[in-house]
Design a protein around this ligand. Structure first.
Ligand SMILES: Nc1nc2c(ncn2[C@@H]2O[C@H](COP(=O)(O)OP(=O)(O)OP(=O)(O)O)[C@@H](O)[C@H]2O)c(=O)[nH]1
Length: 214
């Protein structure tokens, strides 16, 4: 339990096409290892305890299987926050997220539901097929959601994506508990503290939209 006495358990679903690195991202976050071989996921879930801004949270991370429809529906319902992952080496993997995001908004009936857009495999710059600008633009069109570029191989920006989605969930939780303090969905992305670390510089504009440049 943290100093604040706050403890919660949150379900985070990691969604995206097969092979984009969902399992590697999850393993790097939970166990601090990079797994080279490609072994398609059926369905896995992992627990991790972390502190976010002095609050203790337990994450139940659901590592999903590519675009398997049945399980996607289940994760949509269970998820309290989503990492939408594509590979920067695959334009189609970004396009496939458009439907997934629409499904989330429909299922949750909330266009400001906690989501982070993640461009993985940033170590493969020479094979880049999706420009930062294009991914960032998509994240903006989805209501200024955060966009990060990660490398599960190099452990770049891994903690950052999980912590970001956690912050969004906590903020929603607090806003629900204290609606009079004006934590409505539209204010949640306005101001964020600048964080160090991960080698990533973070850029914000006044609307709170941002892109991570590695
Ligand atoms: N270079 C590089 N390769 C990566 C990275 N992340 C994952 N990979 C490789 O990409 C392949 C697929 O990774 P997975 O994590 O299994 O992908 P997934 O999205 O979980 O795939 P499914 O289980 O089929 O949905 C593996 O060979 C990984 O080693 C990364 O950041 N950089």
């Amino acid at each position: 339990m943290s100093r604040s006495g706050y403890q919660r358990e949150y379900h985070i679903a990691v969604l995206g096409s097969g092979g984009v690195g969902k399992s590697c991202l999850t393993m790097q976050f939970v166990q601090g290892v990079f797994v080279e071989r490609y072994d398609p996921t059926i369905e896995d879930s992992y627990r991790k305890h972390i502190d976010v801004d002095g609050r203790h949270v337990v994450l139940e991370i659901m590592d999903t299987a590519g675009t398997e429809q049945f399980s996607t529906d289940m994760y949509m319902r269970l998820g309290q926050g989503f990492l939408l992952v594509f590979s920067i080496t695959s334009a189609s993997s970004l396009r496939e997220l458009i439907d997934l995001r629409e499904q989330i908004v429909r299922t949750k009936n909330d266009p400001t539901f906690p989501i982070v857009l993640v461009g993985n495999k940033s170590d493969l710059e020479e094979d880049r097929a999706v420009s930062r600008a294009k991914a960032f633009q998509l994240s903006q069109s989805w209501g200024n959601i955060p966009y990060y570029e990660t490398s599960a191989r190099r452990a770049t920006n891994i903690n950052e994506v999980f912590i970001d989605v956690c912050r969004q969930i906590i903020r929603k939780d607090l806003a629900r508990a204290r609606p009079e303090e004006g934590g409505g969905g539209h204010t949640r992305r306005r101001r964020r503290r600048r964080r160090a670390g991960g080698g990533g510089g973070r850029h914000e504009d006044e609307g709170g939209s941002r892109c991570v440049i590695l």
